[in-house]
Design a binder for this molecule. Structure first.
Ligand code: FES
Length: 100
């Protein structure tokens, strides 16, 4: 099933956005004209990644500063490990679509 998560033009490249879809809480992040979706809960202690700081493709959790690559969900602090689930998202005619 395809879920429409909104318009690309409404998603700021500077700010992650929380969306709820199909029982999931996801954080949407725009990098250029691409959009990535990660689980909203930080892999460390469940901090709200939608309130994190975005720098390019790097999202920093507001609670204790763990950093994640939004393209993969991988934690960028190798000694700490962990990753958050990521979900495939595509942009079609300006609509952000998630297949699930
Ligand atoms: S809960 Fe995210 S860094 Fe601790």
């Amino acid at each position: 099933m395809t879920h429409n998560l909104g318009r690309l033009e409404d998603l700021s490249a500077a700010e992650p956005k929380l969306v709820e879809v199909d029982g999931l809480r996801l954080v949407l992040v725009r990098v250029g004209d691409e959009v990535h979706a990660l689980d909203e809960m930080c892999a460390h202690q469940g901090g709200p990644l939608s309130e994190g700081k975005l720098s390019g493709a790097r999202l920093t959790c507001p609670w204790h500063g763990w950093m994640f690559d939004v393209r993969t969900g991988q934690c960028l602090m190798p000694t700490r490990g962990g990753s958050v689930p990521s979900y495939p998202v595509r942009v079609e005619n300006g609509d952000i679509l998630l297949e699930r």
